[in-house]
Write a protein that binds this ligand. Sequence first.
Ligand code: SF4
Length: 329
Amino acid sequence: MTPFTYSRETDLAQATQHLAGNPQAKLLGGGTNLIDLMKMGVETPAQLLDIHRLPLAQIEALPDGGIRIGALARNSDTAEHPLVIKNYPLLREALLAGASPQLRNMATTGGNLLQRTRCPYFYDPAFSQCNKRRPGSGCGALQGYNRMHAILGQSEHCIAAHPSDMCVAMAALEAVIRVRSGKGERQIAFEDFHRLPGDTPEKETNLAPDEIITAVDLPPVSSSARSHYLKIRDRASYAFALVSAGVVVELEGNQIKWARVALGGVAHKPWRARVAEQALQGKEATPDVFRKAAEEALAGAKGYEFNRFKIELAKRCLVRALNVATAIA
Ligand code: SF4
């Protein structure tokens, strides 16, 4: 491991100053991804700013009926919070589908938002080709083992997939991310937070280098809305999604008033499937309508040698998620 300095941050304003003053610094929250990357030599920060004692772990109700989840709230605590259980079962399902209990006990909201892809070529510096790790070096996955990789929104420079389950639920719930820097606070719509790879796959979010995530706000969801998170993976636990679907639907009788749809494991970012939402709105909640929406959602999908199966799998995953959500009494 490359030597680095360590400081324990106890004040948010001071932490933003330390971050702004050191472009080689990294923030340490739960450490469930960063420490692995440091051990592998993929991340080599000159300084670790340990922020886990900052007062950013609260989960609280908002006056509009929504909820604010602190950036340092542990994934386990969020999944078990009474407001999340009552009002955001989609988020709870997604959190509990992720990683293992031990990892969820450590992993934070902010860290989950910032976790890196699990592309094996990215994780192993012995592979020379990875535009995300070494811009301009090429993409080993394009012609290599790409079973877990993206089928939507990818570029010739990177076909990595985003690994988070939590983020898929947050995309469907239209979360808003609150960030702080020395210049003040700003909010970022969830859809604008993560980036597609384009020709700069090393840039994964629109977070500025001097900004710290402080919280995620979830707007209120109608009490009559139904939801479901479905994750398809190679084994029953502790595996990243091949594909996943997070859906929220409100019905009037059997007619769909509105729907929110996000897909996971299919793109460089949690994939909000607005075309599927449009295909569902105002229609009867039937398997044929769900299948048509899924066809629309994956219309632009492109597979590679080992992951073409994900296109049909993602469609079936979405149809099943919608079937389950709309069948809930
Ligand atoms: Fe690197 Fe992206 Fe290619 Fe993986 S898919 S090797 S992360 S450039």
